[in-house]
Design a protein around this ligand. Structure first.
Ligand SMILES: [Fe+2]
Ligand SMILES: [Fe+2]
Length: 567
């Protein structure tokens, strides 16, 4: 990325000195930033012939691409990373047909980048310039062998700035001017070489400071309007598809992951549509970091070495770092970086244990993540999620629990048993409730509860739609654990098997399950009556027996109930 930023600034400076219009400099700007992103399209072939594709690219600009030295460098790299007969076999196959492949690679590179410019909705002038990435002033380039001024001025400037930046970074202004002169009239336009030689000091001045992310973003010559949500989605999908080109084995992977994640999020998240959008966008970017790992590793036919595994484990981290520079994408990067983490801590790159949750929540506390999105992601990953809501009149959650039972006519003694708290505590709660809501009896308290939506059919274990879920998507709330939706609901993802999802069951089957459950509950309540000699609870239609202390000992029921609540 550093190279692209510095090259972009250099190309814009050359464009200014050539007197190019804003539109032409806008083309320079986008071509500079996008022209090399296509270099991974043939990474599979590069790794196949030359070993590490990233190392091959690093040395690509150091020699004139046409000439004996370039051919010599290529021959030296054939079969790199292989040994003995294996390497000799690769060399023979390369000489038999591989040279042709190199030409095709260069064409593919510019073709892939030009397709991306189209998918991103960039100007056709950008696409035309990108297609001439490998053309040369002397006509010995690819794909069309265009010569001299047949090559657009923007393509000539970008090609020139591309090589000069590499030499300037390695050897300073002198090295950059030297290489320009050496390749004048062959790879480079002599007019550009003359300009660079005569104005070298201002051209290269403070290149590092001028090539920060923020500086380059603000240097756009003719900024367009911000992307709409739909345009951003389309752009991220184009980037995701483009990422998959890294290896033949991942074609279509990103889009499939995004579709799967979107479906899962829409099914399991109870929040606003923005959360689902966040998940889809993060999924479209999740493997961006794969571009930073060589195909010699991704496509290796045998087992990976320890060092290679370490490189693989870096790719989610690279995704995060790539996106961290852009404030609008940093949140997506943070989510995407977790895509190989596992709840048991065996994932990577950070090996977060359950405490992926803690990490995400720390991000929320630091205002780097959206709280609801973070909770939604954690819930989808099977983490317990507490949902709190602000209760009316400043009631606490416990007071709402008490109010609800009070409104149903439960005496304080039974409320105490039901909630496994002391009778005196219930008395205090009732007093506080009356004071807070400004009433003095149960009837008015029940009216308050109804008017504020505190009474919910979910307490009876009905099948109810989850708040925010689509019609027809129902779920079962265990009544003794979640007396009403919106209370401190300790919900779990489907993988733990606690949150029963009946979407794929027929209504008759669901009804049968419900009846069976009620019958079991009545049976259990009857058994308890034999033990403690009292009715289990006044709500005889409850789907589950109410946990309450029996006469022999309070401890087992209390422990079970507390354990239940903790889960
Ligand atoms: Fe992936
Ligand atoms: Fe991945």
């Amino acid at each position: 990325m550093e190279h692209a930023l510095r090259q972009c600034v250099l190309a814009l400076r050359i464009g200014e000195r050539l007197g190019l219009s804003d539109d032409d400099r806008a083309v320079l700007y986008y071509v500079s930033l996008i022209v090399w992103v296509g270099c991974h399209i043939d990474a599979y072939e590069q790794a196949k012939w030359f070993g590490d594709d990233l190392a091959l690219k690093a040395g690509f600009r150091l020699v004139d691409p046409v000439g004996v030295r370039s051919a010599g460098q290529m021959v030296r790299q054939i079969g790199a990373g292989r040994h003995g007969l294996d390497r000799a076999g690769v060399a023979v196959r390369f000489l038999a047909g591989g040279m042709r492949v190199v030409g095709v690679m260069m064409h593919n590179h510019s073709y892939a980048s030009s397709q991306l410019t189209r998918d991103l909705g960039l100007s056709p002038h950008v696409r035309d310039a990108v297609l001439q990435t490998f053309e040369r002033w002397d006509g010995k380039g690819a794909p069309d062998g265009a010569k001299g001024e047949e090559i657009t001025v923007t393509a000539r400037v970008v090609n020139f700035a591309d090589v000069l930046e590499v030499f300037h970074r390695a050897g300073g202004v002198e090295a950059a001017v030297d290489v320009a002169r050496q390749r004048s009239g062959t790879q480079f336009d002599p007019m550009l070489v003359e300009l660079a030689a005569s104005q070298a000091p201002p051209l290269f001045a403070d290149l590092d400071q001028a090539a920060t992310w923020e500086a380059v973003i603000s240097a756009e010559p003719a900024p367009g309007p911000p992307l709409t949500g739909a345009q951003l989605d389309a752009s991220l999908q184009a980037v995701g598809d483009f990422t998959d080109l890294k290896s033949p084995y991942t074609l279509g992977h990103t889009r499939a992951v995004a579709d799967l994640a979107t479906t899962a999020a829409a099914t399991s998240l109870a929040g606003p549509a923005g959360e689902v959008t966040h998940v889809r966008r993060a999924a479209l970017l999740h493997d961006l970091g794969r571009l930073g790992v060589s195909n010699a590793i991704w496509d290796k036919p045998g087992p990976l070495s320890a060092a290679e595994i370490e490189r693989v484990r870096l790719h989610p981290y690279l995704t995060e770092r790539m996106l961290a520079s852009a404030p609008a994408l940093a949140g997506l990067g943070a989510t995407a970086a977790l895509h190989h983490e596992r709840v048991d801590g065996s994932g990577y790159p950070r090996g977060l244990r359950a405490d992926a949750a803690r990490y995400l929540r720390e991000e929320v506390r630091a205002a780097r993540q959206d709280p609801e999105s973070a909770e939604a992601v954690l819930e989808a990953a099977g983490h317990p999620v507490w949902r709190r809501r602000a209760w009316p009149a400043g009631l606490t959650t416990r007071e709402v629990e008490v109010l609800r039972l009070l409104a149903r006519g439960w005496p304080n003694r039974q409320i105490a048993e039901r909630l496994v708290i002391a009778r005196k505590t219930v008395d205090n709660h009732v007093e506080h409730i009356y004071t807070k809501i400004g009433v003095s009896n149960r009837a008015r308290a029940s009216l308050f509860a109804v008017r504020h939506g505190l009474m919910s059919p979910a307490e009876d274990g009905e099948f109810t739609s989850r708040p925010g879920s689509a019609p027809g998507r129902s779920s079962w709330h265990a009544p003794h654990r979640f007396p009403w939706p919106g209370q401190r609901q300790h919900r779990r993802g489907p993988s733990r098997g606690v949150h029963h999802d009946h979407r794929h069951r027929s209504p008759a089957r669901v009804e049968r399950a419900h009846r069976r459950r009620n019958a079991n509950a009545r049976h259990a309540a009857g058994r308890r009556r034999r033990v403690d000699g009292r009715d289990a609870c006044p709500a005889g239609d409850m789907a589950e027996p109410i946990p309450r202390p029996h006469l022999r000992s309070r401890a087992p029921a209390l422990r079970a109930h507390l354990a239940e609540r903790r889960r």
